[in-house]
Design a protein around this ligand. Sequence first.
Ligand code: GDP
Length: 446
Amino acid sequence: MGHVDHGKTTLLDYLRKSAIAAGEAGGITQHIGAFSVSLANSDQPVTFLDTPGHAAFSNMRSRGAHMTDIVVLVVAADDGVMPQTIEAIKHAQDADVPIIVAVNKCDKPQANPNRIKEMLLKHSVQVEDFGGDIQAVEISALKGDNVDALIENILTLAEVLDLRAPTDGPAEARVVESQSEKGRGMTASVLVKNGTLKVGDIIVAGTTWGKVKSMTSDLGKPVKEAGPGDPVKVAGWKELPNAGDLALQVETEALAKEIIANRAQRVKQQKALQDIRVINEKRIQHNEETQEHNAERKQYAREVYRYYRGLRKDYPLEEQYLTKPSVPDPAEVAHKQQYRGPPTLRFVVKGDVSGTITAVVDALLALPQKKVRLEVVSHGVGAIVESDIQMAKSCEAMVIGFNVKADRTVQRVAKYLKVPVETHRVIYHLIDAVKQRMLDTMEPEY
Ligand code: GDP
C-alpha cells in the first residue's frame, strides 16, 4: 500500500517478473488480484495482494489490509509521507496488521530515506533506526535493488509473528475479486486462509455458493488443491461473490443452500428492521413536532383567553361580540365539552391463545359503560410488540397483555410514546385494573 506514484506497481511488476522467472516455462500468467513469489534460497512463497492504487479504491484497500498478514508500505524517498500513505497506515492499524516500510526510489540522487523515517514517526510508525520495532528497507523497485532483503524481512516477520494456519479441516478463504468469464462462467480469485481447498469442494460466500469446478494458479496453471496463503481462481460459482467475502467450505450442497437461504432471510429481516427504524424515527419526530405544535396552540389559546378576560372587564357585552375574533370562546369550548358525551378508553389486547383473548375482550366490554365508554381497537395472539404500541399510540389506546409480556425494548418504546401497558395473568386483576383506569378517566363530578 502507499501513495500514488510511489512505486507500488513497479515493485509488484518486479516481483511478478521474478515469480514468472522462478515458475515453470510456458505458463501464461493471469491477473487474479494476487500472486506468489519465492526467494531462490527459500521454499516459502510470499503472496502479494495486487490491489489497485487509485484513491477511488480506498475501500478496497482497507479490505486488502484485512485480508493480509503484513502490509508493505511503499514510500518514495524523493517525495515523503503523503495523504494515501497516512490512509494506508490507518487501514493497517485499524486492521491490526503489522507494517514493513519499503522506502522506494533510493536509486534517485535526491532520495532522502532518513527524512521519510522521520516523517513516519509523526504517524506513529516508529522504525528501527529511531528505536521502534518497525522495519524499513531501502529499495529501488525500478532496479530491483534490495528487493530480496525486503522479502527476507517479510519472511522473518512472518516467523516472529508465528503466522501459521492449519492445512487440514474445512477450507476458509477470502474473496479477492470476482468476475464472469466467457467459457468459464462465474469465477472468483480467493486467498486461502485455513485448510485446503480442493476441486469438487462446496463453498459458500456471502449469499452465493458454488461447487469448485476448477482452480487456476496465478501462473495460469490448473491446480487441484490450494492451501493457506495460496491465491487461486475458482470456477463454479452460482453467482458472483463479493470481494472481501469469506468463502467457507461446507459438507453438502443442501447445507450450502440452507446457509444461503438463512443469510438471504437475515438480509431481508435486517432491511425490514432498518425500514421500521426509519419509520419509527419519522414517527417520533412527527410526535415531537405535534407536541410542539400543540404546545404552541395551547399558548395561543391562553393568550386569547387572557385577552377576553381583559375585554370582559373593560368593555360592555355587545362590544365583546362585535370585536370577537374568529377563535373559539373558551367559555363556549367548556360548554361544548360538557355535552360531548362520555370519554372513551381504548384498548389493544394481546393474549397467549385466541380463546383467552375472546374471554378478555368479552369481560372488558361487559363492564358498564355509562360514564366511560370502552372500545377494543385491535386484538391478537402473541407477545406485545412495537407495532402494538404504535397502533395504541395512534388510537390513543392502552395495551393490555394477558399471559404475554412486552420485552425491554418494547417497554422502552411504550414509555417513550407514553402508551400505558398492563400485563396480567389473572383475569380479575386485569378487570380491576381497567376499572381503576375508568375511574381515573371519569370527569370529576362536583
Ligand atoms: P504507483 O502509483 O505506486 O503504482 O507507482 P508506479 O509504480 O506507477 O511508479 C510511478 C513512477 O515512479 C513510475 O514512473 C516508475 O517508473 C517510477 N518508479 C517507481 N519505482 C521507482 C524506483 O525505485 N526508482 C525510480 N527512479 N523510479 C521509480
